[in-house]
Ligand binder design. Structure first.
Ligand code: GUN
Length: 230
């Protein structure tokens, strides 16, 4: 019919990812997300910052920041139109530490490939998941980085981890696993993460497909590519 043909099959202006409604979750997880005031994380999953140390320490990564970064923060200052804003001052210190809750769910079961400059201490609350780490700073004779994977969960007698540390500069991804024989994921995977020094977006970046191919073998790139952020 004519009226049916006027209905677009697809939205004419696709909405940006940030504007899409969060996926449906099992009721218990929906309640948890609202009770803990969790927000969608850009890596996938949900998070809430639970602590930010008021102690400021000298930024230990300053030596690592490139001139390009400085230029970018200068133009951000210009965009802010704030003559007193000094990006070098702003970047001079970090919070001593920050902590978050981080939750993977059936609706958003993947924490996509990324790295932080700070080291991160992870602690399990409940659920089960697989972590994959690319040790970008440990390159073998073949020029490829060491890849490590482990399961986090409460079955410590079978090698699952309750606590795990990811040093700064390593690429990390994680995904939700069923935590019983019946494929049950509806409790999600809830952990705490403490980043030292504290988290800043300027210390965070996503792994891109081209970089993944440089870091690992073609077989590994094929196996790990699904965990890249789209
Ligand atoms: N804001 C966005 N992502 C994060 C994160 O991973 N940790 C903290 N503390 N804040 C964030």
């Amino acid at each position: 019919s004519v009226s049916a043909s006027l209905e677009p099959l697809q939205p004419i202006f696709p909405r940006p990812a940030s504007a899409t409604s969060p996926p449906p979750e099992p009721p218990a997880l929906a309640s948890l997300i609202s009770h803990l005031k969790l927000q969608p994380h850009i890596e996938g999953g949900y998070f809430a910052e639970t602590d930010r140390d008021t102690l400021r320490i000298p930024n230990p990564f300053l030596a690592a920041s490139t001139p390009a970064t400085a230029t970018t923060s200068k133009s951000i200052a210009a965009l802010r139109g704030d003559p007193d804003f000094d990006p070098e001052q702003e970047n001079a210190t970090r919070s001593a530490s920050t902590s978050i809750f981080y939750l993977l769910t059936p609706g958003t079961p993947l924490g996509a490939w990324h790295r932080n400059r700070g080291r991160t201490v992870h602690t399990l609350h409940w659920g089960k998941g697989r972590y994959v780490i690319i040790h970008a700073d440990e390159v073998g004779k073949d020029g490829k980085a060491r890849v490590e994977t482990f399961v986090v969960g409460k079955d410590v007698l079978n090698g699952e981890r309750l606590q795990w540390i990811v040093e700064g500069g390593k690429f990390k991804s994680s995904f939700l696993l069923p935590d019983d024989g019946e494929g049950e994921t509806s409790g999600g995977l809830l952990i705490s993460e403490t980043v030292i020094p504290g988290f800043e977006y300027s210390d965070h970046d996503f792994l891109r497909g081209e970089k993944l191919k440089e870091l690992v073998t073609p077989e590994q790139a094929k196996e790990l590519g699904w965990m890249l952020r789209n």
